[in-house]
Design a protein around this ligand. Structure first.
Ligand SMILES: [Zn+2]
Length: 284
């Protein structure tokens, strides 16, 4: 079964994310469980936690969380490292309270210290956070490959997963980032080759979520600019090719496409559904 959805706003209450996702007929959604741009945020109200859970249940949704942007587990800066671990632990606890099984985490930037140093810092941060939490998985998201960013290749992500050595670490594959990092997913062969590389370096069983985004910029340009499904440099044929690949024929797909105009979510959902249909997948 394939579930499609979007990153949703938590303005007003975290319960507004599943409420809107359900009302729009999505099967999955993603949210920030705390303010996306600050280290600390207010604690969640028990009422919004209960409401969140009841909307998830009522609409049969699969929820995912995303760590706030400030978190940088790879950082060699002691203060940033400490704050990143605290943020990870706090967000994992919020996921437990809300009944969310996985949180998307960017490995961050090694800030010029090199991959090996970043790898060691990431390992320490993730291990500490996993030790202080229970059950919830950390889903490492591949990056677009911008200067000093960690995890733009499957080999780097595989190295982090091996170093942490926990079953609670999975992967969120972002289609815009993978394309920006140089994996050509515009054709059936390109997708097959990419997922074969994913399998050898990481293992397909670690793939827990896909961020379904088109890319504003070209192959291998290293620029993280999400674009509307089928209207960017990946293009409609690329999305059809993805859904033809067996790795993409089940699971959750979350769009983080821009909202420039009212109705953009609907347009992107229709484009994704059309790609599914052209790939021969019936969606209820
Ligand atoms: Zn993403």
């Amino acid at each position: 079964m394939i579930r499609l959805g979007f990153h949703m706003s938590i303005a007003g209450s975290v319960a507004n994310a599943p409420r809107s996702a359900g009302a729009n007929g999505y099967g999955t959604f993603q949210l920030f469980t705390s303010s996306s741009r600050s280290w600390k945020d207010r604690t969640l109200d028990p009422v919004e936690i209960t409401e969140f859970a009841s909307h998830v249940k009522r609409y049969d949704l699969v929820p995912f969380a995303h760590i706030p942007y400030l978190c940088n587990p790879a950082s060699a800066n002691a203060d940033v490292h400490k704050k990143s671990v605290a943020m990870l632990v706090e967000n994992l606890h919020r996921c437990t309270a809300l009944g969310i099984g996985g949180i998307v985490v960017h490995m961050g930037s090694h800030l010029g210290e090199g991959f090996e140093k970043g790898l060691d810092n990431t390992r320490k941060a993730l291990s500490a956070a996993l030790d202080k939490s229970d059950g919830v998985s950390i889903l490492l998201e591949n990056s677009a490959g911008y200067r000093n960013s960690m995890g733009s290749t499957f080999r780097e992500i595989g190295a982090v997963i091996d170093a942490v050595g926990s079953e609670r670490v999975g992967v969120c594959l972002d289609t815009c980032h993978v394309f920006a990092a140089g994996y050509d997913i515009r054709t059936d062969d390109g997708v097959d080759k990419t997922m074969h590389e994913f399998d050898s370096a990481i293992g397909l069983k670690r793939l827990k979520l896909v961020h379904l985004n088109d890319s504003r910029y070209g192959l291998g340009e290293g620029l993280d600019r999400h674009w509307h499904i089928g209207k960017g440099k990946i293009g409609m044929e690329g999305f059809i090719s993805m859904f033809k690949n067996k790795s993409f024929r089940r699971g959750c797909f979350i769009m983080e496409t821009p909202i420039n105009d009212e109705g953009d979510e609907r347009t992107n959902m229709d484009a994704a559904l059309s790609a599914l249909k052209k790939a021969g997948i019936a969606q209820q």
